[in-house]
Design a protein around this ligand. Structure first.
Ligand code: ATP
Ligand code: MG
Length: 424
């Protein structure tokens, strides 16, 4: 038996004993066939949602508009969805309403790819009317039915196509790829949140470089220009660096690397991430790394990289220690000096080698990166100078912080108060 999940078996058994049909479907069957770890187990059944709710003690109507009831078992939760076909597609998205049917094959037919349109019964037998297993064995990703129609019904499937091709290392079958190229303009109808979720899974998956290359070849991202005015073609010039992305473990680092290669201002990147519905914290973390590189690069002139230590330490205080460490991780993975031109290539040639040699040590020398780590507070300063708190205080403290970070004043209370008085 390919799927050994006692909870799922119990759900299937109970449904079939009550006279309904019930099967494991979708991603869990695909992953089982591939002998990969299974994430969530989805079940399809001929029972109607209210019948499912009557049959099991603990259920939650998580998606009644799609015919989905979540069944809670001791082993975990299972999404049980009534066989359905989708009512007419509207606006190139999956429709909100569904029509229940009694036939499994009809249900499998509405699914996106052959490998996602397999089912498994209680006995562990595979039901595979569209040849998903054969395609998987051949390493082929193919739409169920006529690809041209499937992408027209739901444009999100084009991103899923590239996501699956990259994360499962599959070749996209020719007519599926042709249909994707033909329907690419429809991507603009898809909500940014769903676009983001797919892109995130590509970037965070095992083969981000392949995903990027497929995205570029498909022209999909170009159809999001209104929301994401970024020069994605710039990636074409950084082929080796694209391959380096998967060497980065942290997801923020991967995004920062990819976006750094576009060579646009950090502000533009921050706006794009916001447009993609990333959280504010994610946006700041990623764009912060680019802002730091930008700040350092702006002050380093080719002939005279001498003041790099000062610029680096100040930049690290302004952007934060985390951003500085992240930038070093990116630089370590970026191939240097392969004859490219442009601002980033120049930075890689001049400042990056020195940062790679000394950046880490310089960070260790910085005694404090934030006002919280500074040995005096705003209150201390106000008392010492006998002044009312006000905007002046923040500026003064920031000045003290930066001097302490550079080692010009020790990060000690007495010395800092003395410096505050002198600064006044
Ligand atoms: P994973 O969870 O690893 O992303 P999955 O295949 O389980 O993969 P889900 O989004 O969880 O993907 O969807 C479950 C199943 O629903 C899919 O296997 C597929 O059969 C079907 N499905 C999901 N999204 C679509 C879609 N946009 N068009 C057609 N069928 C879809
Ligand atoms: Mg799933």
């Amino acid at each position: 038996k390919l799927i050994n999940d006692p909870g799922a078996s119990q759900v299937l058994a109970k449904l079939t004993e009550a006279g309904y049909e019930a099967y494991l479907v979708g991603g869990c069957v695909r992953d089982a066939v591939l002998q990969r770890p299974i994430k969530d187990v989805d079940i399809a059944t001929s029972a109607l949602p209210e019948q499912v709710m009557q049959l099991f003690h603990r259920t939650v109507p998580t998606g009644l508009q799609h015919g989905t009831v979540t069944v809670l078992m001791a082993q975990g939760t299972y999404e049980v969805t009534t066989f359905r076909k989708e009512a007419a597609y509207e606006g190139f998205r999956r429709p909100a309403s569904v029509e229940y049917i009694s036939d499994l094959t009809e249900d499998l037919k509405r699914r996106d790819f052959t490998m996602n349109a397999m089912a498994m019964d209680e006995a562990g037998d595979l039901l595979d009317p569209f040849g998903g297993q054969e395609d998987l064995t051949a390493g082929v990703l193919r739409c169920v039915g006529v690809a041209e129609e499937r992408f027209g019904e739901d444009a999100l499937r084009m991103l899923r196509c590239i996501r699956f091709a990259s994360t499962y290392d599959l070749e996209i079958e020719a007519s599926t790829w042709q249909a994707l190229l033909a329907n690419a303009p429809l991507l603009r109808h898809i909500a940014m949140e769903r676009v983001r979720s797919e892109l995130q899974r590509m970037v965070e998956g095992p083969a981000p470089a392949r995903a990027v290359r497929l995205l570029l070849a498909s022209g999909l991202l170009g159809h999001l220009k209104k929301q994401l005015p970024l020069p994605f073609e710039a990636w074409l010039a950084w082929d080796v660096a694209l391959d380096a992305v998967s060497a980065l473990d942290e997801q923020h680092d991967r995004w920062a690397m990819l976006l750094m290669l576009l060579e646009v201002p950090a502000d533009v990147v921050r706006a794009a991430l916001q447009e993609l519905t990333f959280s504010r914290a994610d946006g700041l973390a990623v764009a912060g790394v680019l802002a730091l590189r930008e700040a350092v690069a702006a002050q380093i002139i080719e002939e005279d990289p001498a003041p790099l230590e000062r610029v680096w330490k100040l930049g690290a205080v302004r952007s934060g220690e985390a951003a500085a460490r992240a930038l070093l991780r990116l630089l370590r993975e970026l191939p240097q000096g392969d004859g490219k031109r442009g601002e980033l290539a120049r930075f890689m040639g001049v400042a990056a080698p020195a940062l790679l040699r000394r950046g880490e040590v310089w960070l260790k020398e910085v005694p404090c990166f934030s006002l919280k780590a500074l040995a005096i507070s705003g209150e201390d300063v106000a008392t010492a100078l006998d002044r009312q708190p006000g905007p002046w205080m923040g500026q003064l403290l920031q000045g003290l912080l930066e001097r302490a970070a550079l080692g010009e004043i020790p990060n000690e209370r007495e010395a800092l108060i003395y410096a505050a008085q002198a600064a006044k």
